[in-house]
Ligand binder design. Structure first.
Ligand code: PEP
Ligand code: MN
Length: 346
């Protein structure tokens, strides 16, 4: 059982709830988030259910669910959520294209990739400054300098930025530049990082661990939500299977399954799943057809010279194809392509 306090709940209101629960023989775990406090209850749920907690001062909601992930579950929250990133919606009704380079390499490369993203119909820019690489000898990203480049390019093209954060210590730094924090596949069960982004007050893009079940993925989202941050977008990016013809196997059925189990939006990364540019458009079509709320695509002005993941980056000549797909496909599904923010908004 979980109690969601109202944003204006007083300290005394929280203490009273804890008190009532303890007197009834239960345990109460308080998580103070940026915008609201959440109290997790452990004990005899049937007995705790008789306490009339819902009518206590400062209580916004009492959630009683049978699945282990409670706050992100659809059992309690029937309506699918729309998450806004600097005003850009991600969720039912729309298809949001996020595009940009795998890694920020230079101001020129990032600006060129951002302009490609915009021409493709993107309403958000992606780009890694901190790169969690499998090899310690591979390009690790430009770090803070990369974040500054992203900020400058955002100013120029007007697209909100999603970028990866790889450890709790750099969350504040990344927050100073990003509109949305990305937690990558390799960090999906880095619980300290999940808690840190849960407390950071920015929307989070949570990629599915390459070896994670859907339930483990939703439990990872629950770690973020439990810190009071429900602005989470799930991203299916392919899982490890016996197949070696693709970089990962896009688990396309994970999209409707996660949407049935959770109210959070679900997007697809066709670049990291397929691992090759020839697969990006077909997998994007599949993602939109299956009901994904968006896609996140790697683009690069010179993929052959990319410092990271060049094989999967769309070059300039593929942008028109992506743009026409993004114009046509959402309408077939009764959705709209999310427009890029008006320049005046920023
Ligand atoms: C990325 O999006 O740049 C990335 C590293 O993705 P993933 O964590 O899915 O491998
Ligand atoms: Mn990459």
């Amino acid at each position: 059982m979980v109690i969601v306090m109202t944003p204006d709940a007083a300290k005394d209101d929280i203490e009273s709830v804890v008190d009532v629960v303890k007197r009834a023989g239960g345990e109460a775990f308080v998580s103070r988030g940026v915008s609201r406090t959440i109290i997790g209850l452990v004990g005899d749920v049937d007995h705790l259910g008789t306490l009339n907690l819902r009518s206590m001062a400062g209580v916004g909601d009492v959630i009683r669910v049978s699945v282990p992930y409670k706050l992100v579950s659809r059992e309690h929250h029937r309506e699918r959520s729309v998450i806004r990133v600097a005003g850009v919606p991600i969720g039912p009704g729309t298809v949001t294209l996020i595009a940009g380079p795998c890694s920020v390499e230079s101001p020129e490369q990032t600006l060129a990739a951002a302009q490609m993203a915009k021409r493709a119909g993107a309403s958000m820019l992606r780009g890694g400054a901190f790169k969690p690489r499998t090899s310690p000898y591979a390009f690790q990203g430009l770090g803070e300098a990369g974040l500054r480049i992203l900020s400058e390019v955002r100013g120029e093209v007007g697209l909100p930025v999603v970028t990866e954060v790889v450890d709790p210590a750099s969350v504040d730094l990344v927050c100073a530049h990003a509109d949305m924090l990305q937690v990558g596949t390799r960090n999906m069960q880095n619980f300290a990082l999940l808690q840190a982004v849960g407390s950071a007050g920015k929307p989070v893009l949570l990629k599915r661990g390459m070896n994670a079940t859907i339930e483990e993925w939703l439990m990872a989202a629950e770690y973020i939500a439990q810190r009071g941050n429900l602005d989470i977008v799930l991203c299916e990016r392919g899982i490890r299977t016996f197949e070696t013809a693709t970089r990962n196997t896009l688990d396309i059925s994970a999209v409707p399954v996660a949407q049935r189990l959770s109210h959070l939006p679900v997007i697809v990364d066709p670049s990291h799943s397929g691992g090759h540019r020839d697969l990006v458009l077909p997998l994007t079509r599949a993602a939109i057809a299956v009901g994904a709320d968006g896609v996140i695509v790697d683009v690069h002005p010179e993929p052959a010279r990319a410092l990271c993941d060049g094989d999967q980056a769309l070059p300039d000549e593929d942008i028109a194809g992506l743009a026409s797909l993004m114009q046509v496909m959402p309408g077939i599904l009764g959705r709209e392509l999310t427009p890029a923010p008006e320049p005046a908004v920023r």
